[in-house]
Design a protein around this ligand. Structure first.
Ligand SMILES: CC(=O)SCCNC(=O)CCNC(=O)[C@H](O)C(C)(C)COP(=O)(O)OP(=O)(O)OC[C@H]1O[C@@H](n2cnc3c(N)ncnc32)[C@H](O)[C@@H]1OP(=O)(O)O
Ligand SMILES: CC(=O)C(=O)O
Length: 543
């Protein structure tokens, strides 16, 4: 069966930029456009030329893309011709192959927001679309508030949308602008416009996620006949975001009936870059990746429960809806108090520790994990601490060094300029190869400001580890999370430290204590021990 073409329209650089807190630079826009082009979307909406300097600059030096670069704007304003509307002129002057303009299709908005008659609005839509078409560009019309309009005055809404089609719009895009439509509204809306004379092959769908239905609404629109789907990477967008293309693309490619019926410009090979694309966007925006994101989240294929891990080891399809590799993701089997021996053996295997089924060490490790989690530890994220614990139980964790004692002080005092400043200082005594050393460190950052007691402690701890010095020199602490939790009956502090080294490895460790500094210290020691064992620094250390 030949597949029908379904077009993907990305608006990360336009509606995505309407996300609170998101502001792309011109260079970042170029980087995102390149990523989208490599991924295989059909249209890249680059922004609104003339609306702000960044968008104008982006179009002045527009990237050469296989995808159709599209400039966004609005229909001409009343009282002037399309040719004489300066806002529309700036959009046209960007010189893109495709131009998308938003126009009102809800009678209430025409009257309340534009303050013009319903007829005048339809004339403005027709004249604006015709102006784009006459200039030889592909015209797209974003039918704003289409689904709300259908409820208020269906005849008018359909007439406004149809006017754009009749004026030559290649696509009439039905927008759930306020994000309140539900799948049955969207199905009915697409069908109504098809019945009104706009073929599905000219209908697009643009949804917002205000009821968490943006992806479902897009899928329903396709099932009802729409052939263009709009969305953004990682679901960026105004308010709660737009339909998430990072979810929609794999769903359309891998799930029935869409997979058999349609093809998009995203090849199976490009689909394997999806996780990378999603992460790269987070990096550009300095956002923490959403762990539970569908398909691309770090937890999307994490099998925590013992029953799941046991079945996964026999056949991954028992608890996975797709093969994670299809979207560039990977299966993980974290350790926690939900785990059984199957999780454990799988996890140990991934660390290069093959332990036979039934080995008594497995039960000991599980008991220790469950006991410690009851006391406040959490190993499902702190996998490096789990490895240290497992190695101890298996007798393969070297005693690299022994901490004899440590002390941390925090002082607040006036500096030479009579400003109040804080200063943290740590003293650590460690024994390496029978030799005791005392190290002292302050916590001053590059700008001379206090980086806090944990920073001082980590510097003192790593200052003189004898022959292990070269292995710890490239450790960087990248994140530090503190949580007050209940360890048994007492409230305790759990600290998770994320570390990174020069080889690009990242790892997380956990410490628990009634005292935040002590909990941090435990996590720091685990971080160093994990790094030493992974570097193979144990030669000569006591096993
Ligand atoms: C649903 C969407 O998300 S559409 C995309 C929305 N995106 C943006 O608004 C981001 C970019 N926007 C901007 O930078 C600015 O709003 C600009 C440059 C476009 C316009 O700025 P200003 O001229 O200062 O107008 P302002 O933003 O205050 O108001 C918008 C004007 O456009 C009018 N307008 C709104 N929609 C349309 C439309 N589809 N067609 C014609 N005029 C419209 C409004 O009635 C209002 O006119 P008024 O000032 O006479 O009341
Ligand atoms: C055009 C647009 O972004 C909307 O109506 O949501």
């Amino acid at each position: 069966m030949t597949k029908e073409r379904l077009y993907l329209y990305d608006t990360t650089l336009r509606d995505g930029q309407q996300t609170q807190g998101v502001q792309f630079s011109t260079d970042e826009k170029h980087a995102v456009a390149r990523m989208l082009d490599d991924l295989g979307v059909d249209y890249i909406e680059g922004g609104w030329p003339g609306a702000n300097p960044t968008d104008s600059e982006f179009f002045e030096d527009a990237p050469k893309t296989r995808a159709r670069l599209t400039a966004f704007g609005m229909t001409k304003r009343a009282g002037r011709s399309a040719e004489n509307d300066d806002v529309l002129a700036a959009v046209m002057n960007a010189g893109t192959q495709a131009v998308c303009i938003v126009g009102k299709t809800h009678d209430f908005h025409v009257e309340a927001a534009l303050g013009i008659t319903l007829e005048e609005n339809i004339k403005n839509i027709s004249a604006s679309v015709a102006h784009i078409v006459v200039s030889g560009r592909e015209a797209l019309f974003d039918a704003e508030h289409f689904f709300d309009g259908l409820k208020s005055n269906p005849e008018y809404t359909l007439c406004a949308a149809k006017a754009a089609y009749d004026a030559g719009a290649r696509w009439v895009v039905l927008c759930d602008t306020n994000g309140g439509a539900l799948p049955h509204d969207v199905r009915a809306g697409v069908k109504a416009l098809i019945e009104a004379g706009v073929p599905g092959s000219h209908i697009g769908i643009h949804t917002h996620n205000d009821t968490e239905n943006a992806v479902a609404n897009s899928l329903v629109a396709v099932a009802a006949g729409a052939r263009q789907v709009q969305g953004t990477l990682n679901g960026l967008g105004e308010r709660c975001g737009n339909a998430n293309l990072t979810t929609l693309i794999p769903t359309l490619a891998l799930k029935e009936p869409y997979a058999s019926q349609f093809e998009t410009g995203v090849t199976a090979e490009a689909l394997t870059s999806l996780l990378r694309v999603s992460r790269r966007l987070d990096e550009i925006l300095n956002r923490v990746p959403q762990k539970q994101a569908a398909y691309v989240g770090v937890s999307a294929f994490a099998h925590k429960a013992g029953l799941h891990a046991s079945a996964i080891a026999k056949d991954p399809s028992t608890y996975e809806h797709i093969d994670p590799a299809q979207v560039g993701n990977a299966r993980i089997v974290p350790m926690s108090n939900q785990a059984g021996q199957s999780n454990l053996r799988e996890r140990l295997g991934a660390m290069g520790l093959e332990v036979a089924k039934g080995d008594p060490a497995l039960a000991r490790i599980l008991d220790r994990v469950k006991e410690r989690e009851a006391a406040g530890y959490s190993y499902d994220t702190a996998q490096a601490s789990f490895e240290v614990l497992a190695r101890e139980e298996l007798g393969v964790m070297p005693d690299f060094f022994e901490v004899k004692r440590y002390r941390v002080t925090v002082e607040r005092r006036r500096n030479k300029r009579n400003e109040m400043v804080s200063l943290s200082e740590a003293v650590v005594v460690v024994k390496v190869d029978g030799q005791k050393t005392l190290s002292v460190s302050e916590s001053l950052g590059p700008d001379g400001s206090d980086q806090g007691p944990v920073h001082a402690l980590s510097r003192a701890l790593m200052k003189d580890l004898g022959r292990y010095a070269e292995h710890v020199a490239d450790i960087r602490l990248t994140d530090f999370k503190v949580r007050i939790t209940n360890g048994g009956t007492e409230a305790v502090t759990r600290v998770i430290i994320d570390s990174e080294d020069g080889q690009g490895r990242t790892w997380s460790t956990v410490g628990v204590s009634a005292n935040i500094v002590d909990a941090s210290f435990d996590a720091l020691v685990d971080a160093i021990r994990w790094k030493l064992v992974r570097d193979g620094a144990q030669d000569g250390a006591t096993l």
